[in-house]
Design a protein around this ligand. Structure first.
Ligand code: NDP
Length: 406
């Protein structure tokens, strides 16, 4: 994918020259008296502009996406990102709330025939304009809805965590294979420019050997908000801060280091007397060991506000802080000579659009996705091992496929 977001020097020079040229045109028309300025039919000499972002393609060449579940993330981020996408567009909606289907449907121009309740998801099969289903519902409902979408013949983007058990993840992968459709997990950091830049620097050896890394993902859980009410229920969320945001630490550090762990030791905290944590953990903290000798430490929590990743390399240290915010992520790299802020200019919330268009391109052009269902399964196995270690108070050894040994 080409990043055309940073204006080039040549573009700036050209815009300057153009401003002068137009100024001359307006000035001479005004001097000529009361005549209406003429709009030239002849070419003005302006070439095809070098755009800062690629504009959307024609609607009939963009893949149609149906958004399943019209909650906070769907309406605040996913639908706006789809509306800005270049290879994708909103083509359907699924919701348990008819009022939302009406209002969101008319806002995004979704025809009534492409608005469904959960009980009618199977009818999506007859909507040829829908190519992809994007599941954005509470974690424990993902598996059933994803399987239904595959049965309706659609490709699927599934929000993180992919499911609440590795068995459900496997069921979803099997359904994708049976339907011969693609399954992608919505790990947006793989498309977020500062994270991508850091990965490029690591792969180019610019940090040297990274033997230790640390990642903390915390955010306050607010029981008055509907989006956080299901997060307090184990049956819907599958766990607490670890499955919700700690998963960014796991997924991100494994991606950055390019290696899988072979041992995990963990602890979790459920503060007594706090109703938010009657069923799920507030804090999860884990140390993961890797066959090469590397170590990482991760923490997640539901009270503080911090999303940060630190990598300690032999040549340089890198800090992403924030690392996985919706916008404004910052990468700083410190070498013996000093600290450099690595600026990656992009339009805000570009990560969501890139993630969505990545799947559309993979479907249309037949490529592999960067964050497939198998990655979601791997991360769920790791989460299960972390909970197991915390439960038994002992380290848990991992097989290469991240299942627990013994
Ligand atoms: P919300 O509670 O705001 O939205 C969830 C929606 O799912 C509801 O509005 C509802 O939509 C639908 N739903 C279906 N079944 C249920 C149920 N039993 N209880 C409640 N809602 C139900 O949650 P979020 O939008 O914050 O999170 C949804 C998913 O998105 C989660 O998996 C979360 O992890 C993920 N997420 C991902 C983010 C990212 O950055 N990638 C950021 C935030 C969330 P309706 O009324 O239309 O049926």
């Amino acid at each position: 994918m080409t990043d055309r977001s940073a204006p080039s020097a040549s573009r700036r020079e050209f815009v300057g020259g153009l401003a002068l040229g137009l100024g001359g045109l307006v000035a001479s028309a005004t001097m000529a008296g009361a005549q209406t300025p003429e709009i030239p039919n002849a070419p003005t000499g302006r070439p095809q502009p070098e755009l800062e972002t690629t504009p959307p393609g024609p609607a009939d060449q963009r893949l149609g996406w149906a958004v399943i579940g019209l909650g906070d993330f769907a309406q605040g981020y996913a639908l706006p990102a789809l509306a800005r996408a270049r290879a994708s567009r909103v083509a359907g909606l699924v919701s348990g709330n008819p009022d939302k289907l009406r209002s969101v449907g008319s806002q995004y121009g979704v025809p009534e025939a492409a608005r469904f309740g959960y009980d009618r998801m199977g009818d999506m099969r007859d909507e040829a304009a829908i190519d992809v289903a994007y599941v954005i519902t509470p974690n424990s409902t993902h598996a059933e809805l994803v399987v239904k979408a595959f049965e309706a013949g659609k490709h699927v983007m599934c929000e993180k965590p992919m499911a609440t058990s590795s068995a459900d993840c496997q069921r979803m992968i099997d359904a994708a294979r049976a339907a011969d459709r693609k399954l992608m997990v919505a790990y947006r950091a793989h498309f977020e420019p500062s994270n991508v830049k850091l990965k490029e620097m690591l792969d180019a050896g610019e940090l040297g050997d990274v033997l230790f890394a640390n990642s903390d993902h915390h955010r306050p859980l607010e029981p008055s908000l509907p989006r956080d009410q299901w997060r307090m229920k184990k049956a819907l969320a599958g766990g607490g801060s670890l499955v919700d945001i700690g998963i960014y630490s796991l997924n991100g550090l494994i991606w950055f280091l390019g290696e899988l762990p072979n041992r995990v030791s963990a602890t979790i905290v459920q503060p007594p007397g706090d109703a938010r944590f009657a069923e799920v953990e507030d804090i999860a903290a884990a140390q993961l060991e890797f066959p090469s000798g590397k170590r990482i430490h991760i923490s997640s929590g539901y009270q503080a506000n911090k999303k940060r990743i630190d990598l300690f390399g032999s040549k340089a240290t890198a800090v992403l802080d924030p690392a996985t915010a919706y916008g404004g992520n910052r990468l700083r790299v410190t070498q013996p000579e000093g600290t450099l802020e690595v600026l990656v200019e992009t339009p805000s919330a570009e990560q969501f659009t890139r993630e969505i268009d990545h799947l559309s391109h993979a479907i249309r052009e037949g490529g592999e996705v960067l964050t497939p269902g198998e990655m979601g399964l791997r991360d769920l196995r790791l989460i299960e091992a972390i909970y197991r270690s915390a439960e038994i108070g002992q380290p848990v050894d991992l097989a290469p496929d991240m299942t627990m040994k013994g």
